[in-house]
Design a protein around this ligand. Sequence first.
Ligand code: SF4
Length: 113
Amino acid sequence: MGGIIFWGIIRSAVLIPVLWILYGLMEYKYWWWFGIISVYGVIIHPALIKYNMFLQENDELINNTLCSSCKHFDKTAVLCLKFDKHPTLKSLPCEGIDWEPMDSKNETTEVHA
Ligand code: SF4
């Protein structure tokens, strides 16, 4: 996931100066359309493709593991937030010991007298 954001930033850093240079060389009405199409084609579309590939590669892990029903699991990053590690299909960072259901709060209630 971080790679998608990283390369999105790199593509933006390249595209913005190119659009800036073209701004002075093209007619304004064409520049707008070129800008919109190039932002989609260079930044958004590759990020969507990479994100869909990421979801396909991690589909089993996101939907059919112990982590997928645990409140410490971040599905968007495929990350155990408690251990700050990526679970795999073969190993879980907690080995199942720290699993907690999604809706549990695990909060203590203090009573003040
Ligand atoms: S605490 Fe254990 S079960 Fe829960 S997300 Fe982390 S590794 Fe998975």
